[in-house]
Design a binder for this molecule. Structure first.
Ligand SMILES: [Zn+2]
Length: 409
């Protein structure tokens, strides 16, 4: 296996020369861009010297490219800005929404992270959202997700359902707060899972174990095992989370069937606190195959731009809790306060077996007075501000991206 030194050398020389040429070319381009950018930035057109104007004319392509980039940047910036309607406008918009809710035959609500921000759960794409922070290369610290409780919005949604004004809730949140507000399970689709539920898929039908702590501590993209075992068949349990880049296959708690049926029958859809960037990709939620006038009427409550804004009957720029408070006032419905003693999760939860008590480090939901939480006393104190590792946002997201990039390269 001897290599001809001469051809080896010349091939290498050629390759090197080629690379050098490429580098020089890139350097020239960068210089042009720098020059053009300087000329464009410093002065308005009228004040440019003949020399500067000539330079810009010479590098027409670079000028166009820079202008295109600037426009893209502006659009992106505008889409990320949070907009607030003035109080009067907000009120009159909510009046319209209330009329739509009253008249609806089949109201369905879609919810996103924006409805949980008041519960100290970071939202996803807002200016301080998890996604935005990760994009900027910052780490996201977990501020006690398990201490979060249902917000005003969660309680309003539950009341709308109780009053038979609302048929179904489709949520992309994994925080379990809809369930904890007392919303019945059959009225709920948690499309991306529920961080308090682990399941045994070896049992048939799959057996659910509701826990009082975040079960996703060890899970991430394509790795769902939680390390605990099914008390019936001994197989390893898995989380129910659909990580970014995965397709959810579990029937529950995702309840795609319920979501698709609800969307199909809906005449009004109210989207609360979702950027809709992910939800818009789920075709069955939007009845787009129907002509526009046969589709459900769309009402959107979100501070930022969403890709469905142009299709909405009404876009309300307000915080979900504020809008829902006004809405309930219009509908003359009392908003119940969240009551730990009535939180269904404490009755649904399966206690850990003694040998499992050390199987996680996540904080356990404190049981309401009078109801003893089975594993609390033996609980290890968890680290105060552990960096967030649970799969349902950061980790899964990054892995998905990296994979895609590799493929593209
Ligand atoms: Zn099992």
């Amino acid at each position: 296996m001897e290599e001809d030194p001469e051809t080896g050398n010349s091939a290498r020389t050629e390759r090197k020369a080629l690379e050098k040429a490429k580098i020089l070319q890139r350097e020239r381009e960068r210089k042009v861009f720098r020059l053009v950018r300087r000329h464009l930035k410093n002065k308005p057109e009228a004040e440019r010297s003949a020399e500067e104007a000539a330079a810009l004319l010479l590098h027409r392509e670079a000028v166009d490219e820079l202008c295109r980039r600037q426009i893209r940047r502006n659009v992106l910036k505008r889409k990320q800005e949070e907009v607030f309607d003035e109080a009067d406008e907000l009120k009159s918009k909510v009046k319209q929404l209330a009329a739509a809710v009253k008249q609806a035959n089949h109201l369905v609500v879609y919810t996103g992270a924006g409805i949980s921000t008041a519960a100290s759960i970071p939202d996803y794409r807002g200016p301080n959202g998890v996604w935005t922070q990760l994009q900027k290369g910052r780490t996201v610290s977990s501020s006690d997700l398990s201490k979060a409780a249902p917000t005003v919005t969660h309680m309003c949604i539950r009341m709308l359902h109780k009053e038979k004004l609302l048929k179904h809730v489709v949520s992309q949140n994994c925080d379990g707060l809809h369930l904890r507000s007392g919303l019945p399970r059959q009225a709920l689709s948690e499309l991306h899972g529920n961080m308090f539920i682990e399941v045994c898929t070896s049992c048939s039908p799959p057996r659910e174990f509701v826990r009082l702590f975040d079960v996703t501590e060890r899970t991430s993209l394509h790795r769902h095992g939680t390390g605990r075992r099914c008390s019936h068949c001994g197989s390893e349990l898995r989380d129910t989370i659909v990580h970014f880049g995965e397709r959810g296959t579990l029937e529950q708690p995702l309840n795609w069937k319920g979501a698709a049926e609800a969307a199909n029958e809906a005449d009004v859809i109210l989207c609360l606190g979702s950027s809709l960037k992910v939800l818009k990709k789920y075709a069955c939620l939007w009845s787009m195959s129907r002509p526009a006038n046969k589709r459900p009427k769309l009402y959107i409550v979100n501070l930022q731009w969403t890709p469905k804004d142009d299709l909405a009957v009404l876009k309300i720029h307000g915080k979900c809790d504020d809008v829902m408070r006004l809405l309930m006032e219009e509908l003359n419905i009392q908003i119940p306060e969240y009551d730990r003693a009535e939180d269904p999760i404490f009755k649904l939860a399966t206690p850990l077996r003694p040998e499992e008590v050390q199987s996680h480090n996540r904080e356990v939901l404190a049981a309401p007075d009078g109801l003893e939480s089975p594993s609390v006393e033996n609980q290890q104190p968890s680290e105060e501000t552990s960096s967030l590792q649970g799969g349902w946002f950061g980790r899964g997201y990054n892995k998905g991206r990296r994979k895609k990039k590799k493929k593209a390269a």
